[in-house]
Design a protein around this ligand. Structure first.
Ligand SMILES: Cc1cc2nc3c(=O)[nH]c(=O)nc-3n(C[C@H](O)[C@H](O)[C@H](O)COP(=O)(O)OP(=O)(O)OC[C@H]3O[C@@H](n4cnc5c(N)ncnc54)[C@H](O)[C@@H]3O)c2cc1C
Length: 471
């Protein structure tokens, strides 16, 4: 039995930063990770997907070249080259992470871990060897994996998940994407731009149905303009064939059957927590009905000295939240007090253009009966967007009625994530919207577009929305 101050099961982003930080502060720390140095984000999720999305953006520029006055030449997409660029980035990140493990003194143990008793893990290596580790504290950050729904024939069709989709060495001919969510949307646009025919099959009537309608509509228009087929309000009933060869998807739409045919199937149907088979019951760590680890607002599990962070703890599914979860555990282990309750979670969908939001949407404000003034301008009002010929989309902000407090901000437009972050910083600093309106912002930047936004006359929709909520 080897004894550590801190043992971490699963080496995602929050876990990795926890290891480096605690080790840097003199603790003896071990991270048990079965496959990915740094976890999902740098290997199979955020960063490789954004890398490939950028290659797809370059392909889109080639296709649009005449708009920019550049003579159009034939071009080909070399998926092996796309993959090599992505692999090089991932390799460099892995090396940088290993370097940091060495610098901080945290130990990375590449093996599969499971609890065998309270605060005690057994690690099994590929060659069958074992090690047993006991931590004064233990953090579980085992993340989630792609869900494959119980659709007859789905598992047999061996669909692509994000993992395989990021390793393609040939452009798929015709991809059927089962998903109307974030991951499916990002991949659909990228694959289309890289040359695939793409059909999205979604159960709801609109894309991202939890968001405001103007966002769903803008996304629908974007996808249709890019030549992605949308099959909405559809229930997948059965799948036959094999992805990579040929697949048939039988679905029900408007009460009638419909069949889609494709070469590849991409399943982006949600996530399942990695809690099965890791001995949580032997360590008194309880899980929820849907299999996530039960935690309180400090991210303590039901077992003393055992903490859970990131997706496996049921936290919002973003890397920046995995990092914030680490901060919460760190604060609570070092005499501070920090909680998950009420925290602000911004996000960005990395379609082109991006959709980013922080704070309240109109739907949320309306549902809570919060009165607001709505500021909304098209991206055409953003002069930098005009210089780029990227004027699709809009910016909108909700400002509290009766005060100048910014309640929420949404961007659907080029650089949306960066513009949103500027507003988020103002919100965090408690600045009124007038501080952005009246600032001297560099011309022509995308963030400068906040001046026309906050100078616009607020729309009457807001009052109507609140009246509806209070009726
Ligand atoms: C395609 C895709 C794109 C995404 N894009 C974004 C984005 O742009 N921005 C964003 O913020 N978020 C994005 N996300 C979400 C983001 O990747 C996750 O929220 C984040 O990585 C979760 O981190 P985590 O620490 O919870 O778990 P993970 O990073 O998943 O880490 C868990 C680790 O635990 C390991 N593990 C599991 N079980 C064991 C075991 N028994 N023994 C040893 N090791 C084990 C796994 O191998 C894994 O490495 C994306 C996700 C996907 C799938």
């Amino acid at each position: 039995m080897e004894v550590y101050d801190l043992v971490i099961l699963g080496g995602g982003t929050g876990s990795t930063i926890a290891a480096w930080t605690f080790a840097g502060q003199g603790q003896r720390v071990a991270v048990v990770e079965r496959k990915y140095i740094g976890g999902s984000c740098p290997n199979i999720a955020c960063l490789p997907s954004k890398n490939i999305i950028h290659s797809a953006k370059v392909a889109s520029y080639f296709r649009r070249s005449e708009e920019f006055g550049i003579a159009k030449r034939d071009f080909t997409v070399d998926m092996e080259g796309v993959r090599t660029r992505k692999r090089n980035m991932v390799r460099a990140l892995n090396e940088a992470y290993l370097d940091n493990y060495e610098k901080t003194g945290a130990e990375l143990i590449l093996g599969s871990g499971r609890f065998i008793s309270p605060k005690t893990l057994e690690v099994t290596f590929a060659d069958g060897r074992n090690r047993r580790l006991r931590g004064k504290n233990v953090i579980v950050g085992t993340g989630t994996h792609a869900a494959l729904g119980a659709i007859p024939g789905l598992a047999e069709a061996q669909p692509l998940t994000h993992i395989e989709a990021l390793e393609l060495d040939k452009t798929p001919g015709r991809v059927i994407v089962i998903s109307g969510g974030y991951i499916g949307l990002e991949f659909s646009q990228a694959l289309r731009r890289l040359g695939s025919k793409v059909t999205i099959v979604a159960r709801d009537g609109r894309l991202l149905p939890g968001e405001d309608e103007d966002i769903s509509e803008a996304l629908r228009d974007l996808f249709l303009d890019e030549g992605v087929d949308l099959v909405m309000n559809a229930e997948v009933k059965r799948i036959s064939g094999k992805s990579g060869d040929s697949v048939r998807v039988l679905l029900e739409k408007n009460g009638g059957p419909k069949t889609l045919e494709g070469t590849h199937l991409l399943a982006a149907m949600g996530r399942v927590p990695n809690t099965d088979g890791i001995g949580l019951e032997l360590a008194s760590v309880e899980v929820t009905g849907s299999g996530y680890i039960k935690v309180n607002e400090r991210l303590q599990t039901t077992a003393p000295g055992v903490w859970a962070i990131g997706e496996v703890a049921g936290s919002p599914q973003f890397t920046h939240v995995s990092i914030d979860d680490f901060r919460i555990v760190h604060a609570n282990l070092t005499g501070g007090s920090r909680v998950t309750t009420g925290r602000q979670v911004p996000f960005c969908l990395f379609t082109d253009p991006e959709f980013a939001r922080v704070g309240l949407s109109e739907n949320e404000a309306t549902a809570r009966g919060i009165a607001y003034r709505l500021f909304k301008t098209p991206m055409e009002a953003n002069l930098r967007a005009r210089t780029l010929t990227e004027t699709r989309g809009f910016l909108k902000a909700l400002v509290e009625a009766g005060t100048d407090r910014i309640l929420g901000f949404t961007a659907f437009g080029v650089g949306g994530g960066e513009i949103m972050t500027s507003v988020q910083i103002a919100m965090n600093a408690g600045l009124p919207y007038t501080a952005l309106r009246d600032a001297i912002l560099t011309h022509p930047t995308l963030v400068e577009g906040l001046i026309p936004l906050f100078s616009a006359v607020p729309s009457a929709h807001a009052a109507a929305g609140v009246a509806k909520a209070s009726a």
